[in-house]
Design a protein around this ligand. Sequence first.
Ligand code: MN
Ligand code: MN
Length: 419
Amino acid sequence: MSVSRRQMLAAGAITGAALAGPAAAQTIGNPDQPPQGLINTTKTPRSPVDPGPQNPALYNQFPSAYTPPPTDIGDLPLFWASFNDAPRRIQAGGWARQVTQSDFQASEEISGVNMRLAAGGVRELHWHQAAEWGYVSYGECRVTVIDLEGRASVSDTKAGDLWYFPAGFPHSLQGLGPDGCEFILCFDSGKQSEYNTLLVTDWMAHTPLDILAQNFGVAPDTFKNMYTHDLWIYQGELPGPLAADQAAVRSAQGLPPNPFTFSLGSGPIAKQNPGGTVQIADSQNFKAAKTIAAALVTLKPGGLREMHWHPNADEWQYYVKGTAQMGVFNTGPKSVTNDFKAGDIGYIPRNLGHYIKNTGPVDLVFLEVFRADKYEDISLVDWLAHTPPAMVAAHFNIPVQQIAKFPNTDSAVRPPLAS
Ligand code: MN
Ligand code: MN
């Protein structure tokens, strides 16, 4: 693009101070040309000022967006969303809210639901086009499901537990005592909506009475008090003992060979160091979960989920507690940083590099969820530690002896540097 002398003069009239000196040189940590970031405005202190209008309560949530690190460059499709600002559909018995691809364009492979069931509250018997993966964040929940062989399952789940229902498998959920439950659902399609499920009450109400009578082998007036609308969520009575429900549903075919529930929170730790822990649930240990793999990550204050990427699926994140900063990298180069709090959602397309840092004074806990049968990641540290050292040294202009100090394992999390 050619720039005329007139345009140069006009630009100079506006930004004369900045153009008066030589352009700032690119430096480590401030690599962009033209320069980007607050550190480039020391000679023009009015440059970063935001005279408003402002909504401080909102923008104070996003220090990394308001004042990006000078290494940020370019733009990426928004990778932040939240249940915190999603409208709740509230009914007697509980509520739900959701973030699908309609709300969050990047989330092509996964849509998310946040649901609460009061003690006795029931999410009615239903099924849907996508597989459903659940994570209990609070309380206890009774889960019913039946498989293709007619093998029925009833199980109770607690905070930290998972469930998985293949697409089309009919199921129900009910909050237990003393205070019901809250949970996160992930569907293995960004388009699946919690408000677009096949409800058993809808079907029954919209089937002729003579067909119902023949189907169930009872007189038509058996159905005379049936509801003419669906229930979706309703307030029910607390169920009896688990063993009684299990006995009531048992079929001659026995139990499903692989449980539809799994304890992630109290399950084995896959990776651990002073920076935190990673627990993994995929089809290798949670055999029923054929299309959703997940990791529960706990980062200690100052801990880092190290620089990595996932070759087999996009990553859908749910922030359970704490505060985080995430940086995402793509070709271009593009590098964008944003901030996350409890109830927020992150989304990283497959193979894009990223890290997550605990920026708060307490543990950061978040879920990594993938539309995949197996959890897979590639660690930058692990890769470079197992590449010929002279080649790595040449890439970064670092003495080869320093390369030898890089950790030589993929521990997934890193503690703060010793000061
Ligand atoms: Mn469902
Ligand atoms: Mn990741």
